[in-house]
Design a binder for this molecule. Sequence first.
Ligand code: SF4
Length: 688
Amino acid sequence: MVEAVRTTCAYCGVGCGIRATVTGARSVEIAGDPDHPANRGRLCSKGTHLGETVGLEGRLLAPMIGNKRASWDKALDLVAKRFKETIARHGPGSVAFYVSGQLLTEDYYVANKLMKGFIGTANIDTNSRLCMSSAVAGHMRAFGEDVVPATYDDLDAADLFVLVGSNTAWCHPIVYQRIRARCEAGAKLVVIDPRRTETAEEADLHLPIRPGSDVVLMNGLLHHCREAGVVDEDYLAAHVAVPAGFWDQLGEGNDLWSVARICDVPAADLRHFYELFAANPRTVTLFSQGINQSTAGTDQVNAITNLHLATGRIGKPGAAPFSITGQPNAMGGREVGGLASTLAAHIDFAPENRARVQRFWAAPTIAEKPGLKAVDLFRAIGEGRIKAVWVMATNPAVSMPDANRVREALAACPFVVVSDVIEKTDTGAFAHVRLPAAAWGEKDGTVTNSDRTISRQRALFLLPGEAKPDWWIVKEVARRMGWKTAFTYDRPADIWREHCRLSTYDNDGARLFALSGAAQGGNAAYDAMAPFRWGGDHPFADGRFSTEDGRARLVPVAQKALPEPLAKWPLTLNTGRYRDQWHTMTRTGLAPKLARHREEPLVEIHPDDGARLGLADGGLARVSTPQGESLYRVAFHSGQRPGELFVPIHWTDRTANGGRTGLLPRPLVDPVSGQPGFKRTPASIAAV
Ligand code: SF4
């Protein structure tokens, strides 16, 4: 009998454990892993159908220079030569990597080390910038460290769930199942979302707030908590720094009636929410892209952390703010520092940190300062400041805001490398060199999910064609650029051990990483690694935070003025996911059963708006924004707020004659985190 392999789902940040039983050269039976703490045997539709996506259809199976097949030696030599030449002529800041939350931690580590320690710039950013970088920035401001202070076990202990900007039933289905189970035992569920989503349908209370009014909603709630005596003054006095004037500022314009008017919700519903929150100390506030993907995302995160800190609802069972991540390894990328805004392993660019990391890596140089974040990085390519870019495991020509400008930038860039598992991607069309990467089921390494559980992804199949793991590809380029001794890894376990050593290296006792047995053990220990959670079950349980004085921070945040609709663009466009698709559908598009849920991209609109604008339910319409336009099938939906549209993010030029949502959002970002604001784009719609 073939033994099942314990691995982890390829998709979202819930990070479900899988038992995969290989049944043929490229076939596998998928079941939930009953022993994995994230999912306890359950899987959603996407995970269940993973077995339908492991065929070789559409795979990139050999290195390509232009449209010609090349040997690995020739392709790697060319990549190393062009990067070296560009750096020699224009300096390290003229090159960049754009990587992905789909990479494994080991892949991320090697790419980050090459760019920051050897090339000597921090121009490595990731598509996680589009996903949760505002949560990172908010955690840093509030806690002094990027730590998610919650675990899935808190879902089993909470009495109240507040879901903000998250269609959890569709986007984090297994988390939602755990929430529902607790609700069936009596917990309450409040959903804050402009749309009446499938999650909102099942809530005890749904607040369909005006998009972008989250800060005033949360500030009003904190003001109410203070008036109601729910603020934990003892906790604040012992553990939290409160800036002068914080409470005075909070008292201005945050009364119930003002908040109800700005948020455009009934005052009675708002009062109900405030009373529920005040009455339930064991509250978990989960937030996702509706909070993060905003030009005020970091402030919105801190409006939530302020609430939990001020009421002492943190570091205790069933009480925490909880950022739920989109990608399978967004958290692993954060841990190795694979963002332009961190140096390595949660370490910033302070001089002593730079010296420490340089010493550890025995690196010839070290990045001096944060690099270009995603939107700025592609803008720099378009302006000719970045002259060589390597895109790994992501498709920015579709997924970045203002995707047409990204395409123009890539088309004009002197040297573009794309490593991917898929032969024809929208981004690969601009590549001078394409490198075939190992896919899920072929590669081996670790991922970190939303609640900091680190799990192994394990290979099920032999590498097909000439595909190679991402860490190997980066290592080979680094060696060809002249850094042989620093990039000698033979297997992912070598990289994992180095990552764990760096995470605990000479760091004055700072708690960065709880070493697994595999960190100290040999390859066998790595191979046998069971899921484990780093950082403990309740970070900050002792009331000590990672700031210099050990205190968390209340961060004053004010609601920004919300713009009135423009005459030319009278609607507001919101974007999001469908239940059964993932990103740009390069994998889920291979599973026919998943397409049945939503076969084509819809633009959802309130029926009154649809009738007023002469649209037909089921007809075609063109959605336009200042950035671009795209076609969609019209779906009337009474759960849409009047004046707003909703479209999915998944379709591309290759998958449909329309639904190109990436063309529509503006490239505007949160000023602290650099995360693009995908959720509120001025728009218009017309029947075609
Ligand atoms: Fe995979 Fe996420 Fe579904 Fe779990 S919830 S099976 S991790 S897609």
